[in-house]
Design a protein around this ligand. Sequence first.
Ligand code: AMP
Length: 144
Amino acid sequence: MDPYRIFADIVAGRAPASKVYEDDDVFAFMDIRPFTPGHLLVIPKIPARSLAELDPAIGGKLFAVGQRLAAALRDSEVGADGVNFFLADGVTAGQEVFHVHLHVIPRTPGDGFGLRGRPTSPRRADLDYLAGSIRGALERGSAS
Ligand code: AMP
């Protein structure tokens, strides 16, 4: 089974999955290597390798389904009392399957999940400088 196409195979029914939700555009299923019990993945049915390839309207649907799933994780036997969303875009960000997927990770006290990053304390001038650079990229149409 091609690891780069596994999610397309799941959507097409050619590979097994523990489905929790499906509509015309979005499919959600259990992660086979969950960080915590109930860890879900939400994917677009039409494959997009990266955020840059993803139709923003479908991206909005991924988030909306993620919101519903977060509520279900709290109300089901998973018993989550917190939820993390996580999306890895690119190898450097930790992406392993190149079909955009939103992780929906239920949290309970002491479950051991967490980001390893440490917050830094840049000067306001440095924040303003990068904010200006990012605004410039937006104005040049980076996200359109
Ligand atoms: P990422 O590192 O964000 O690309 O995460 C890929 C995720 O896909 C990992 O959490 C894997 O456990 C999960 N995964 C890979 N193959 C499958 C599969 N066949 N069914 C369910 N989850 C999968």
